[in-house]
Design a protein around this ligand. Structure first.
Ligand SMILES: *[C@@H]1O[C@H](CO)[C@@H](O)[C@H](O)[C@H]1NC(C)=O
Ligand SMILES: *[C@@H]1O[C@H](CO)[C@@H](O)[C@H](O)[C@H]1NC(C)=O
Ligand SMILES: *[C@@H]1O[C@H](CO)[C@@H](O)[C@H](O)[C@H]1NC(C)=O
Ligand SMILES: *[C@@H]1O[C@H](CO)[C@@H](O)[C@H](O)[C@H]1NC(C)=O
Ligand SMILES: *[C@@H]1O[C@H](CO)[C@@H](O)[C@H](O)[C@H]1NC(C)=O
Ligand SMILES: *[C@@H]1O[C@H](CO)[C@@H](O)[C@H](O)[C@H]1NC(C)=O
Length: 933
């Protein structure tokens, strides 16, 4: 058993809900039993949980993440698992009415109470409630609840076999491991993905309650949709920032209301406790089990919520009270929220924009509170294959790393699960925008009536549930469906292409768009992650958003981009990168660190091509339940090897574990450099005709310990990538623009501040021993610059051939920026200083005439700070490493260190199980160490 795998239950969301005239029995906690009749297993269970977690806690199985358990534990999802409660003594048999409320069942469930059938469920993402009044009142003893979870892989296969089920041509339906995921509403990556395992877990994965009413006219709040928008706001149009705010509250409830209910809203500043507004709600209307009404707040009254780096994250507690006829409170609910507008601008480029040099086409960027900004971030995948063990502590550490990494936006990718409220709460506090997606990815989906009704309920529930979070930035229908699946289906079945496009539009436009708009005025919607925008929106049309698809003109830009190229020979060729308005996915995989591998594999498996290491790599996936995926994994492993061999010193150490570790590190160096090259390129695009305003790489973090695209490993350790991304996501950067075919080299300064910044860039050529290169190789030592808001400026332009470098293999250009500018919404309008250092070498790393930099690290007990020094020469990719048992990050890492420099580097401890002893085992290395035996 590993301490980092301890079972922990999901934290209770920050939302406070008070219950009046009602009796609520919380079903969370232990006291449950999980059993399989077929397998004759019965162990203690928990709620929320999943069968794998309870079997692991009971020592029936080994750690599911260890070795090849991904394959060896398939008997678990191939069987039914029944969760049975202890006798629920707290449930009264005398109540007027009784309900079962489930906030998440994964996925196919048959529910029984007191031995009687209650109902079934088939959607992991919905909230379900059942009237069990009759069952409870006739129950002979204390009620026992039983939840019989079916085998999702078997049920999906059974649906697929049904001749009545929809079928698609071979091509668009991307299979990772278990097949037929598109027929069922369950986390799609539970059936495998190219970065994760396929456990297909089952169980009550969210909280559940028994709700009982003691009298008529009592209500229990199931869900709250709090929508804060500027008066007149329409989802796909820019809000008028001068308009008052509308605070619209809509509550879904169980029970019944009196004939004349009223509502009250009080909005309180979280920090000061000051009441911003307290007012009776007007325009109250009830429809079915929902009561809705709104108040307004003066345009300038609230302090705005801003994303990280753009101002403060001002938050307000909003309490909505529903009152009966005598003004008695029937229920109240408090949501922590913020005032902001966030809008995805996909309007056609205007004449004014053309006059500024922006290329024609359409916009594709976000605006917060009416301001364009540069979105910097990455893609968020499920942080664990088992959501019930995703803790608030772990997510706090992850979001601290996101903010420390200079990221302001994550794309919450479309085939995990809708994020629990506590993650949105953490994002609200940190100022991390969450572009959120409905859970559909890399496939065509059914569009029969039953399926659409189920999706409609799922979409409405989740849109309403998270709408109050200021971090919510966008709703997208799904991932890579328009840009990838439609072309694949066109290729597979060209004669029926229009029919398939019709199906796509039926689900992602005709069904989902109106549900988003009905439940939120504040959030933009687009049907699929990468797209060319729309031609027009007509809300009364059957297809309310007419996609542009390929109705494009060359030389114009419309879209966000998704870019992968595993031919590493062009990894640094800028002309192979897409030109678009926003980059929402790009990347290349790398190995995790040795420390992380050791959490999951035996010591003898620590070889690059050991079967365990190879089979934990799921790129490329088997495309079925085959567990000996050597053929496909070899291709993915080979891509990493070839990339290293092309550009970096090839590790060849005598000690096999040291060699493995050096190889893992080398794949990370390639990955980080490649992302950096692309991010620099995209950011420079903010000042180019494409007006590029976002860069979100694939992917932020890992779901487990394996080779993937992640920048943060499963337990929170940063790969080289997360440090390098943090550096290149600084507000003002200097970066080379190098055409290695022609030798043309320019240096650009790029800024994502909103106002003009000024400063100097020092360009210094040195050789690898650290000595200046004669005449600074024809390069001006220092250049003043002015760079506009969200813009770029070229400060140097040359060709390598005209630099008269004595030896290209023994030359480094150090670019140092020192600038003054204003952070958006800075306190009192104060100016700030910005620095950035970058390096350029005119040959790739494996061609450099490296010298031993003699890099050393020391630790000051008193200040806790490390000092790094290079006594022998230039230390490239200076890498501080820390041992297992601690999680955290250095102030800087993977940096260039010049001889004579002393860099003081702190370490932020996020979690320490070594009692401080880890400091002794901090090491430092550089590119040189990749060359030693
Ligand atoms: C397994 O679970 C599914 C879903 O609840 C149910 O339909 C099926 O009858 C169950 N089978 C057994 C043998 O319990
Ligand atoms: C609709 O599609 C779902 C998922 O494929 C399937 O389970 C269901 O049987 C279908 N219903 C009808 C009426 O075709
Ligand atoms: C919500 O209801 C509870 C229970 O009656 C009460 O203590 C609390 O003050 C109420 N909150 C507000 C803000 O009205
Ligand atoms: C945007 O431009 C396209 C041409 O690319 C045109 O067909 C469309 O009508 C324009 N949309 C709007 C809303 O003006
Ligand atoms: C162009 O737009 C029309 C109208 O939206 C659509 O029917 C057609 O399929 C589009 N053409 C292409 C090539 O995408
Ligand atoms: C580099 O130069 C080659 C040859 O002129 C050209 O084809 C390529 O597009 C250039 N690349 C970039 C990124 O400018």
């Amino acid at each position: 058993m590993h301490s980092w795998m301890k079972l922990a239950l999901a934290a209770i969301p920050l939302t406070v809900q008070t219950v009046l005239a009602q009796h609520v029995v919380d079903l969370t906690g232990d006291g449950w039993t999980v059993s399989s009749k077929a397998l004759n297993i019965s162990v203690p269970g928990h709620l929320p949980s999943q069968a794998h977690l309870d079997l692991y806690a009971a020592n029936v199985i080994d750690d599911p993440y260890y070795g090849l358990n991904d394959f060896d534990l398939r008997w678990i999802p191939n069987n039914n698992w029944t969760y049975t409660s202890h006798p629920l003594r707290e449930v009264s048999t005398k109540s007027k009415s009784s309900w079962l409320v489930f906030n998440g069942l994964d996925t196919f469930t048959t529910i029984e109470l007191c031995g009687k059938f209650v109902g079934t469920t088939d959607n992991q993402f919905r909230q379900y409630s059942f009237d069990v009044s009759d069952i409870v009142s006739s129950c002979k003893s204390d009620p026992v609840l039983s939840l019989n979870f079916g085998s999702a892989p078997k049920i999906a296969n059974k649906i697929a076999e049904d001749p009545m089920s929809e079928k698609w041509p071979y091509g668009p339906q991307q299979i990772y491991e278990f097949e037929n995921r598109w027929y069922i509403r369950k986390e799609q990556s539970d059936f495998g993905w190219d970065w994760g395992p396929a456990f297909a877990p089952a169980g009550p994965w969210r909280d559940a309650y028994v709700v009982q009413f003691e009298k008529e006219e009592s209500i229990y709040v199931l869900n709250t949709d709090l929508d804060i928008f500027r008066q007149g706001q329409i989802n796909h149009l820019p809000p008028d920032q001068g308009n008052p705010w509308v605070v619209n509250a809509s509550i879904d409830f169980l029970g019944s209301l009196p004939s004349n209910p009223s509502m009250h809203i009080e909005i309180k500043d979280v920090e000061s406790g000051k009441v911003l507004k307290s007012a009776a709600v007007s325009g109250i209307h009830t429809s079915g089990q929902t009561i809705t009404g709104s108040i307004t707040v003066d345009a300038d009254a609230p302090d705005l919520w801003w994303p990280s780096g753009m101002g403060k994250q001002n938050l307000y507690d909003t309490t909505i009270t529903v009152n009966g006829e005598k003004q008695e409170a029937l229920a109240n609910v408090t949501k922590r929220t913020g005032f902001r507008t966030i809008y995805l601008n996909r309007l056609n480029i205007t004449d004014d924009q053309l006059a500024q040099g922006i290329a024609p086409g359409a916009n594709w960027h976000f605006e917060v509170n009416g301001q364009e900004f540069y979105a910097k971030g990455s893609n968020f995948i499920p942080p664990d294959a088992f959501w019930p063990r995703v803790t608030e502590e772990k997510m706090n550490r992850l979001f601290d790393a996101i903010v420390a990494g200079n990221q302001n936006m994550l794309r919450v990718w479309a085939s995990g699960a809708y994020q629990p409220d506590f993650i949105y709460d953490i994002a609200d506090e940190r100022g991390v925008l969450l572009w959120s997606e409905f859970q559909f990815s890399d496939a065509m989906y059914p569009v029969n009536e039953t399926f659409l009704e189920d999706v409609a309920a799922e979409v409405a529930y989740n849109v309403r549930r998270v709408n109050h979070h200021p971090s919510l930035a966008l709703w997208a229908g799904g991932n890579e469906i328009e840009s990838l699946e439609l072309p694949l289906i066109q290729e597979a079945d060209p004669d029926n292409y229009a029919y398939w496009v019709g199906q796509y539009e039926q689900l992602f436009i005709s069904l989902i768009l109106p549900i988003v708009y009905e439940n939120s005025r504040s959030i933009s919607y687009m049907p699929s992650s990468t797209n060319n925008g729309y031609l027009y929106v007509n809300l009364s049309a059957t297809v309310p958003m007419a996609e542009r698809y390929d109705n494009t003109t060359s030389g114009e830009y419309y879209s966000d981009t998704d870019h992968y190229n595993y031919d590493s020979s062009v990894a640094f060729d800028l002309s192979t990168y897409p030109i678009g308005r926003f980059a929402n996915e790009f990347g290349y995989h790398s190995m995790p660190s040795l420390q992380t591998w050791r959490q999951a594999v035996d010591e003898e498996d620590l070889h690059f091509n050991s079967s365990t290491v190879m089979l934990r790599n799921h790129h490329y996936p088997p495309g079925g339940t085959e567990t000996h995926n050597y053929k496909n994994t070899s291709m993915g492993m080979g891509e990493m090897t070839m990339a290293v061999e092309r550009y970096y010193p090839i590790p060849d150490k005598q000690d096999s574990v040291a060699n493995f570790s050096a190889w893992c590190h080398a794949t990370q160096l390639f990955q980080a450099d490649m992302y950096k090259n692309q991010i620099q390129y995209y950011r420079r695009g903010s000042g180019m005709p494409e007006r590029q305003l976002g860069s979100l790489y694939w992917q932020l973090e890992d779901i487990w310990q394996a080779p993937t695209w992640a920048g943060i490993e499963y337990d929170g350790r940063w790969k080289v990538l997360h440090y390098v991304a943090r550096d290149i996501y600084k507000p003002i950067i200097a970066a080379p623009y190098w055409n290695y075919t022609t030798g043309d080299l320019s240096v650009y300064v790029t800024s994502d501040l909103w106002k003009t910044a000024r400063g100097t860039v020092n360009l210094t050529w040195i050789d690898l021993s650290g000595k200046p290169i004669k005449g600074n190789a024809n390069t001006p030592a220092s250049t003043h610059f002015t760079v506009g808001g969200l813009n770029t400026t070229k400060i140097f332009d040359t060709n390598i051939a005209s630099l008269h470098l004595p030896d290209k293999e023994n030359a480094v250009l150090v670019m140092s920026v020192q600038a003054t500018g204003h952070l958006p919404n800075s306190e009192n309008g104060a100016a700030s200083t910005f620095t950035h250092r970058n390096k350029f070498t005119p040959v790739f790393s494996n061609k450099l005439a490296l010298v031993d930099p003699k890099v050393e690290v020391s630790h000051d007990q008193k200040t806790g700070v490390f000092t790094v020094e290079a006594k022998g020469g230039v230390s490239l990719y200076t890498w501080l490493d820390y041992p297992a048992g601690v999680v955290g990050y250095f102030d800087d890492n993977a940096f260039t260190l010049l001889p004579g420099e002393k860099r003081k580097i702190g370490f932020t401890v996020q979690k320490d199980e070594t009692n401080g002893k880890w400091v002794k085992d901090v090491t430092v290395q550089s590119l040189w160490d990749q060359t030693t035996k």
